[in-house]
Design a binder for this molecule. Structure first.
Ligand code: HEM
Length: 410
């Protein structure tokens, strides 16, 4: 933390990002920042930004109609994430890779893309998918049980489940999982920007081939339904598929092992869930709130007009990072926020974001988590993690938090 004498409290600069040090809590600094002010000054490697620390202001910024999410908006914090300004080559490549990435677009452009996908992720459509998800979960558990009395839950269950589900939904061959999972891993963990960009390029090229195939012979999947309508050009369709494939497996894959560990470490609450399966829905919301694995990733925003937030005025070009993991521990909304409690009112959390960019796949993610966790604990009641937490491997360096491995036995 950099303290400049004479600065007002809310102008203190805080070095950012800060890493987690505990698997069950956001970075310890967040509580201090939240106490200090709803919006505090942060220092990124390449410049300054406003950090949004509390729930109400987080929703205001994420839901603000005069707040942009495009990394090209002047003042965006995105280029400040690296110490060196991006080279012209990197900027060119990023522009090429931005086609169809509606998570980085503002309305009305964003609306056009998102609207095309809404029917694919509606509550009704996901309800229809539940038996398929259940069958996949059962098959993965059968395989685990057939292979002995121990497994790595990330490798055997957490990662394959959402990958299989999203592959089937989109029409991406699951046999290519090594390829897309490793590219995704590089995108979220590589410290080298050029390497991250190369990984994105390789993944886009692979998806471009699949879109081209669907243009010739559409199958019974999302690609097959969307491509023939030619609602968007080829490169945009590639970008949309890229977003769905990455967002659809990486996040849920991190949540499942973390959730299993958390429930095993709270056996009284796990017992309540096994006695009353009606509690699973609320438990999933609490797990999402408690871990807030996405935190500020994707929550970069820029004001496009004057706006008041947390009693302070901001102008066009002011950049923000919303600390989702801090907002979800805001004691003003979640009493005793550091306590894990499956029966609390966790639903207003911002783990899926808020506003027009709120997670498109949230119904699917909820269904996958609920079915996976319930079935796993029902079918393997003796499931346990013998390794102490300090010896487990967590993704402290990655932008999206999770576990590298989770050794379980039964
Ligand atoms: C536990 C799992 C998940 C978490 C925690 C999560 C979290 C998030 C968050 C925080 C955002 C908002 C980003 C922003 O405001 O810029 C988001 C957006 C998005 N998510 Fe998820 N997500 C999950 C699972 C999924 C799944 C399974 C899919 C399915 C394909 C998906 C697809 C998307 C898409 C397409 C967007 C962009 C929406 C838009 O910009 O309109 N997510 N997600």
């Amino acid at each position: 933390m950099t303290v400049v004498p004479g600065q007002a409290a809310d102008q203190l600069e805080h070095d950012f990002p800060v890493q987690r040090t505990c698997p069950f809590a956001p970075p310890a600094e967040y509580e201090k920042l939240r106490d200090e002010a709803p919006v505090v000054r942060g220092k990124l490697p390449g410049g300054e930004v406003w950090l949004v620390t509390r729930w109400a202001e987080a929703r205001q910024v994420l839901g603000g109609a005069t707040i942009s999410t495009a990394p090209t908006t002047p003042g965006s914090p995105v280029p400040l994430m690296s110490a060196e300004p991006p080279t012209p080559e990197i900027l060119d490549e990023q522009a090429r890779q931005s086609h169809g990435l509606f998570i980085d677009m503002d309305p009305p452009q964003h609306t056009r893309y998102r609207r095309l996908l809404i029917p694919e992720f509606s509550y009704r459509r996901i309800k229809e998918m539940r038996p398929g998800v259940q069958a996949t979960v059962d098959r993965l558990i059968d395989d685990m049980l057939a292979q002995g009395t121990e497994a790595d839950l990330v490798e055997a269950f957490g990662l394959p489940l959402p990958s299989l589900v999203i592959c089937q939904l989109l029409g991406v061959p699951y046999s290519e999982r090594e390829f897309f999972q490793s590219r995704t891993r590089r995108m979220v963990t590589s410290p080298d920007e050029a390497d991250r960009i190369a990984a994105i390029g390789e993944l886009r090229e692979f998806l471009s081939g699949l879109v081209a195939e669907a243009e010739q012979a559409p199958g019974d999947d999302l690609l097959g339904r969307l491509v023939p309508a030619r609602a968007v050009p080829h490169e945009d369709m590639v970008g949309m598929m890229f977003l769905l494939l990455v967002a659809g497996h990486e996040t849920t894959a991190n949540m499942i092992p973390l959730s299993v560990l958390t429930l095993l470490r709270h056996p009284d609450q796990l017992r309540r869930l096994l006695d009353d399966p009606g509690l699973w829905q609320g438990a999933v919301e609490e797990l999402l709130r408690f871990h807030s694995i996405v935190d500020w990733a994707g929550f970069d925003r820029t004001a496009t007009q004057d706006i008041e937030i947390g009693g302070r005025r901001f102008g066009a070009g002011d950049g923000f990072l919303v600390l989702g993991a801090s907002a979800n521990r805001d004691e003003r909304v979640f009493p005793d926020p550091d306590r894990f409690d499956i029966q609390r009112e966790a639903r207003p959390h911002v783990a899926f974001g808020y506003g027009v960019h709120q997670c498109l796949g949230q119904n699917l993610a909820r269904a996958e988590m609920e079915i996976a966790l319930r079935t796993l604990f029902e079918r393997i009641p003796t499931l346990r993690v013998d390794t102490p937490d300090e010896e487990l491997s967590f993704k402290y360096e990655a932008t999206i938090f999770g576990m590298n491995a989770l050794p379980v036995s039964w």
